[in-house]
Design a protein around this ligand. Sequence first.
Ligand code: SF4
Ligand code: SF4
Length: 377
Amino acid sequence: MKKNAILSICIIAITIVLASFMEWDAIGVEEDLYFSTDLTLKELARRNGVPAKEILHILSHEDMTAWDLPLDVPIKNLDIDAAKIEHALEHIMEEDRPIVNVLKYVLWAIWISLVLNVVLSLKNIKRFRIVILLLTVLVFGVLLGATPNPMESIVKLFKVFNNMEGDPKAVIVSFILFSLFSVVGSKMLCSWGCQLGTLQESIFNIPIFKKKYKFQLPFVVSLSIRLSLFILFLLLLFGVGVGIKNFVIYHHVNYFKIYNVHDLAVFALYSSPIFVLASLFIYRPFCQFICPFGLYSWLLENVAINKIKIIEDKCTKCQKCVEICPTQAMKGIYEKKRRYFLPDCWSCGACIEVCPTNAIKYGYNEELARDNKIRSG
Ligand code: SF4
Ligand code: SF4
């Protein structure tokens, strides 16, 4: 059996075990929301098994002064509409859908295994890709919803450190699973499985504008913006040197919530036309400029087991791969200026298909060790 087939079986098995472990306590338990204005916020949180800080966090989306609400005063005596507190609690508990979450992780593992073992070896990857992108939008977005998603695996991890998440076990397992997917297949999950990444690329593929109107910004620009935003996120979350604390900046640009539109933050709602417009002209603008998981998986690309590589003996230097690449990834691999920290490769497979001599492979990187005639990211 091929190495990637064995690897895929292992990944699916690990995902089933970890995802079930993550949600084990919750499966089969009907968690009814309990609400009474006689309770204090602290009591309400304890009674429903969520951190009080998470309730304040949801309330703060509308009004930052919510962080000043006293936790030991009965809700009926607080200077806030009790219905808002009940709604915040509903929101937190709605996101907890154990069966759906387990199903989604396992489906993701199967999905990327199929791409790794079957789709990337097909002759006409592009045609299949368009169909798979739309299927991903439909299955992982429209049907299975905005959460869980790779971006939140990063954001929630830091919220755990700030005591703002109710279920650290679920957050840590989610982070491990998404990391595992990326170590196995570089940006395979982002490319073929992320509900928001595939939505952006589907918009990008709409043939309204010719290729000459689509543009790439230098990688150093996109990386700087993505990194700066991440640093700002940390400063605002932990309140370091900015006078604000517990502020989750990614919440306000969380376009994943397009799939649960009633949860979309006000800023994200009003800026969503810009998101759509930008996606028409720029390849995956959210992924390249905003997403913290994009940043993290870019780092993981350096240690990924499978990635794009050029077999030098077969390469005729026609550079068709560089032309077709939607980002500067192939330019980086082709020019071979450095081996690490190249521009993000979105594992789209376009370069594999366009190469007239089959010189590009998506595969096991251990070959690098025994064949130095391979150029790889
Ligand atoms: S980088 Fe893009 S594809 Fe990857 S998790 Fe973020 S939104 Fe999804
Ligand atoms: S190098 Fe470019 S074209 Fe090739 S898989 Fe990566 S992003 Fe796609």
